[in-house]
Each structure stands twice: as structure tokens, then as C-alpha cells.
Design a protein around this ligand. Sequence first.
Ligand code: ZN
Length: 220
Amino acid sequence: MRDLARALAGPEPFADINTVMRAHRSRPMQAPVIDVGEPLKADIRPYTPFIQEIEPPQLPEQPPIPQTDLPQTQRRRAGLPDPMEEADFGSPQYQALEDSVAGPMITSPGKVSENFRAEEFACKGTGQIKIDPRLVSGLERLRKILGRPITITSGYRTPEHNRRVKGAPNSRHMTGEAADISVPGMSPAQVAEAARKAGFGGVSAYGGHVHVDVGPERTW
Ligand SMILES: [Zn+2]
């Protein structure tokens, strides 16, 4: 290694040119012998794959969601029967449905109460059905008070249809909570009065119809 160091170092810096020339003549340049020492040995260790076994986290057990509490759309997707089809009017199941504030909506055709069918409430523009069961039970009460059949002139309205018929922008027809009704042989004022007795929150007589809804108590 010393030979190599000398060879690489070369002549002393600022050495007298004659001294350099003399040195060169007396000892002609030779290819430096490079001592590489022991050949390098690769550090070879047996390969151990790094596999960590991960235990799945233990989650607390969730109570199953009662099938009757599922929203209507989820029930349909899960292939569960329509609660209204299963419900026997007057059964605790139906009562629970009727009492729920934002309970499942009626969305499929068929008989929904003693005197009403879901189709009567369908959107006049799209045929879609969305009915708050409280609206149906309110209309049944009203029918008993009046003792006459009720004609539903407008029930559910999709937001698009509501715009087309120039309904109020916050109309409860869009949530399936309202109906416009008429009763042959009775004035709108008479029907409106009976509707308040039947427990409807929103009641308004206009243009030959009476608007009823299950929203908070009000009139306009
Ligand atoms: Zn209305």
C-alpha cells in the first residue's frame, strides 16, 4: 500500500524541476502495483421473510337492527316484505307505524287503510308513491266524521312535479305528508272545519279544495 500511496502522491509540490527530472531518470515510471488486499466477501445470511401475523381487531358485538326499524328503501333492497302489506290494521305493528313521526313511508300500491288505496295518493306527474301513514289515518278519521267518501285531488308530488304545478317550495306534498281533498256535496269550509277536528295540523281551504297535512298546526 505504501507503493501505491507514493505513486498516487507524485512529486512533492513545488519541487525543483531538476530534482524531478533527476528522479525520473534514475527511476523510470512503472505501473503502480495496487494491493487490493483480501477479496471482499459478501455478507450472506439466510433470508428470513418478514411476515407478521396480524390478529383481526376484536369489535364489540353490535345488536342486530330490528327489521321493522329499517327504512322502506333498505327493506325493499333486502327483499323484505312491505310493512304495510304485512300490517293488519289495528295491530300493534300498524299502530307503531302510525305513531312514528318520521316512520317508514308507504311507497307501493295497494290498500293502505279501510277506505284508501296508495294509488289515490300517487304523484299525478310521475305516478310515484310516497305517503306518510299518519296522513292516511287522519283521512280515515275525517271520513268517519264526515260520513262521506273523500276524493284526493292531489297527494304526493315529486319536487319536479311540485314545481310544475307551482306548489309552495316547501310543500308537504313533496314529503308525502299532505293531500288536497274534496268531498262531493260539502263546501271546502265545512270540510276544513272537520279536518281540524280530525287532528290535521295544516288545514287550508282554497279554490274548491281543502289542503290537509300532518305538519304542525297552522292555516293560511
Ligand atoms: Zn295542498
